[in-house]
Design a protein around this ligand. Structure first.
Ligand code: SF4
Length: 436
């Protein structure tokens, strides 16, 4: 890892701007400590007196002394770390199952403990070097999000397709004794890491509670692009149903024993099994919501509040587009919302032609499928088409297959609104579009 990080932006009027630090300059060191990335910056920049070593764009080196008041920020924004690449070949890796022709960033297999700390990305730590482990402990990069899959070293190596991976349990114990908090996951592959293997994994990880603060079991995702990949068993409706029947009571007992919810199952299990979700309180502080654990219970809870406060609106017909899996609970929320607001809803769940029918989540719906629906005039009756923001690339109005929202507007020739994919996000969009 090279030394120095490029300054992406300087806030006008900030300390950095006054010191004539500019975008494009590189921060090399703080108080003599080389700065490798944004984490080093955060770690070393908390002192009151700072000596910044800056490399200007013309190659000049400046040394700048700064006296910071408590809580004051220098006003510098940095580039994000360039992700380190993973050295695994996981049997279930979704990147390997992507069709050709998507944007390049989707094919990147990153495995970077820094991104785990900064953004909650899951990492296997399979090739973590000693100095990186020491850095995690010294700088207290906590919590980390760790893909365990199995604590049995042979089973884990088989799942990761990496015989050289570091034994995970020893690593977790070392992190735990350094006070690092960890959220863990198992991607469940029927016949490979379920049954006795899962029992062992749960037992081993629960023994490291509270440092291992949670364990989420999520079903493997299989797209239709697996021709040259190992054959894997899907998590079917029956499998999900039997799995929950066996494991829900165990998770309950474990929560009692540990005094805190610990073992969670991805929402997809409940949706596949068509089983009711546990109450929201059973998800604690939702430590794995970004991993699809507790999103639906949170949605249902928020939906109740939104419905209780919803008011009548101007009449209109709205088309809501969604993936197949949220259809049922979205439908019941929209029925209630229609009664309270007077707005008529039509829900359209999309069969995913890009990844195949088994991929039902909203976030992977391709724009092309919605365009095709528009061409068949399925939205003709509606005045407005609502697209949940999770279908789009973060911060951009582009679907996974690079179809833009504007393409949709042009082809449909009608109003298309992007809404935050929550009950209140939808309600706020409606209020804007159908004011009383
Ligand atoms: S760790 Fe496994 S699942 Fe993640 S990117 Fe690498 S090969 Fe794919």
């Amino acid at each position: 890892m090279g030394t120095g990080i490029t300054i992406e932006n300087v806030e006008p009027g900030s300390i950095a701007a006054e010191l004539e630090i500019e975008a494009g300059d590189r921060l090399l060191a703080i108080n003599g400590h080389p700065v490798r990335d944004i984490i080093d910056f955060g770690y070393y920049s908390g002192e009151e007196e700072l000596l910044l070593e800056i490399e200007k764009t013309d190659g000049d080196i400046w040394e700048i002394e700064v006296l910071q008041e408590e809580g004051e920020s220098l006003g510098i924004l940095f580039e994000s770390p360039r992700p380190l690449r993973c050295s695994n070949s996981c049997l279930f890796c979704f990147v390997d199952q992507l069709p050709k022709g998507l944007r390049n960033s989707l094919y990147v297999k990153d495995e970077d403990y820094r991104l785990s700390f900064l953004y909650g990305n899951f990492v296997t730590l399979s090739s973590l070097r000693r100095e990186e482990l020491l850095r995690i402990c010294e700088q207290r990069l906590s919590p980390l999000y760790i893909s365990v899959h199995a604590t049995d070293p042979d089973v884990r190596a088989m799942l990761l397709g990496n015989q050289a991976c570091t034994p995970i349990l020893e690593l977790l114990k070392e992190l735990a004794s350094a006070g690092i908090s960890m959220h863990t996951q198992v991607v469940l592959c029927p016949g490979l890491n379920d049954g006795l293997q899962l029992e062992r994994t749960v037992r081993d990880l629960a023994a490291l509670f509270p440092q291992v603060a949670s364990l989420a079991v999520v079903p493997l995702g299989l797209s239709r692009y697996r021709d040259s990949l190992p054959e894997l068993q899907p998590v079917t409706c029956d499998y999900a149903s039997e799995f929950l029947a066996l494991w829900q009571p165990r998770a309950h007992d474990l929560a009692k024993q540990l005094g805190s919810p610990f073992l969670f199952f991805a929402d997809e299990f409940y949706l596949k099994a068509k089983k009711p979700f546990p109450p929201l309180a059973d998800y604690g502080d939702l430590p794995q919501i970004e991993n699809g654990v507790g999103m639906v219970p949170l949605f249902l809870d928020e939906a109740e509040h939104v419905l209780a406060a919803a008011e009548p609106m101007k009449k209109g017909v709205v088309a809501i587009v969604t993936g197949k899996s949220p259809y049922s609970y979205l439908e019941s929320f929209l029925q209630g919302l229609a009664e309270k607001t007077g707005v008529t809803f039509r829900i359209f769940s999309v069969n995913n032609s890009l990844f195949g029918d088994s991929v039902t989540v909203t976030g992977l719906v391709p724009g092309k499928d919605i365009l095709e629906m528009g061409k068949r005039e399925v939205f003709a009756e509606a005045e407005l088409v609502v697209i949940p923001d999770v279908m789009l690339k973060e911060g951009e109005e582009v679907f996974i297959d690079d179809v833009a929202i504007d393409d949709l507007r042009n082809v449909l020739g009608m109003k298309v609104e992007v809404c935050v994919a929550t009950p209140s996000g939808l309600y706020d969009s409606l209020k804007r579009c159908f004011p009383r």
